[in-house]
Design a protein around this ligand. Structure first.
Ligand code: GH3
Ligand code: MG
Ligand code: MG
Length: 331
């Protein structure tokens, strides 16, 4: 424990020092002016080190008085909780109010010095200081724990909603998202579109180039999907295997078909070699598009849009792959 005594009366300061050193296990240091006190506390520097546990401050210092010094110390963030015990040598109580307003922790009248009271008040101020320190540390620990927990939560949220290989949304998130957007259709009075996408002849791609190359193609493919689907409410999800799904809220059939065509063109332009593809040297995909309009919307029937998009996808495969087909009732 370190204590700083600020008093222009050397005799009084030394007497206080003697009493405290004899009765408490603390190191005391004496300074005789406001300026030296502020120097010791490194008030002017941006990062003062908290070296003292308590300051005993004489109110009547020459030049800047003890109340002013206390205000200066308190203004510093670092010294917000440092206990400052004011020493008054007069019986003029008008100073007491000013001292507390300036941020003093307590005061003690030292004319005359009453040993027991001095020790008790110093002890109490030191205890208060330690308690403040402990509380600050606990708050910091709590903040750190909250930060780590938030980070973990974000991580868990991410792994529970994303596909680990491609980092697009996973099937579970797709189901939840479709359900909530489905419910929103009547309120938004806007259609919702769904794209079911399947990579063509992917089995033979794996057979030819190996599973790792297959994985890497899936990553390239999903990155490409994310580049095309950029509107805030749209989502890309891995539906399973080499199948992907895209939910496009507030999008009509024409808009959805436009995006689907873009995807077909883009995957082809990536020129991912696939020499065993029967009609192309490059990897291609087929897409089924289905749209739900408000007029024919039925609650709890969201699986119907999946079925429709699936049927359209089947049609695209049937028609020769590498194309997007919009669902029609006749399918
Ligand atoms: P089609 O044009 O009719 O869609 O033919 P296809 O070969 O793409 O379809 P099929 O369903 O027969 O095969 C899908 C293949 O996708 C099977 C499997 O080898 C591959 N596949 C599925 N998931 C993964 C994966 O996570 N990594 C890799 N590398 N391959 C996968
Ligand atoms: Mg498939
Ligand atoms: Mg396929």
């Amino acid at each position: 424990m370190r204590l700083l005594i600020v008093d222009d009366s050397v005799v009084k300061a030394q007497l206080i020092q003697k009493i405290l050193s004899k009765n408490l296990s603390i190191d005391t240091e004496i300074v005789n002016s406001a300026e030296t006190c502020l120097d010791k506390l490194k008030i002017e520097s941006n990062k003062p080190i908290l070296e003292y546990n308590l300051v005993l401050m004489d109110i009547n210092l020459p030049g800047m008085n003890g109340i002013e010094v206390t205000k200066r110390i308190r203004a510093h963030e670092k010294y917000k909780d440092l206990p400052i015990l004011m020493i008054t040598s007069s019986n003029d109580d008008s100073f007491i109010d000013m001292a507390f307003n300036a941020g003093a922790t307590d005061y003690i009248n030292t004319t005359p010095i009453r040993q027991t009271e001095l020790i008790a008040r110093v002890n109490a101020a030191l205890r208060l200081g330690s308690e403040m320190e402990r509380r600050k540390k606990r708050e910091e620990e709590l903040l750190e724990t909250t930060r780590i927990l938030n980070m973990m939560n974000r991580y868990l949220e991410n792994i529970s909603s994303h596909d680990p290989l491609t980092n697009v949304y996973n099937r579970r998130y797709f189901d939840q998202f479709l359900e909530s957007e489905w419910k929103n259709i009547p309120k938004s009075k806007e259609p919702l579109s769904l794209l079911m996408i399947d990579i063509d002849f992917f089995k033979s791609y794996n057979d030819e180039y190996g599973h790792q190359a297959g994985d890497s193609a899936l990553k390239k493919f999903s990155n490409m999907l994310n580049e095309i689907v950029t509107r805030a409410r749209d989502i890309v999800a891995r539906y399973g295997g080499e199948e992907f799904a895209i939910i496009l809220p507030r999008t009509n059939s024409k808009g959805a078909k436009h995006i689907a065509d873009e995807i077909c063109k883009k995957i082809y332009s990536l020129e991912i070699q696939h020499k065993h593809s029967p009609f192309s040297n490059f990897l291609t995909c087929s897409i089924g598009v289905a749209t739900q309009y408000t007029e024919s919307w039925l609650r709890d029937k969201q699986e119907e849009i999946i079925l429709k998009a699936d049927k359209a996808l089947y049609k695209a495969k049937e028609k020769g792959r590498n194309q997007a087909i919009v669902y029609q009732e006749s399918y």
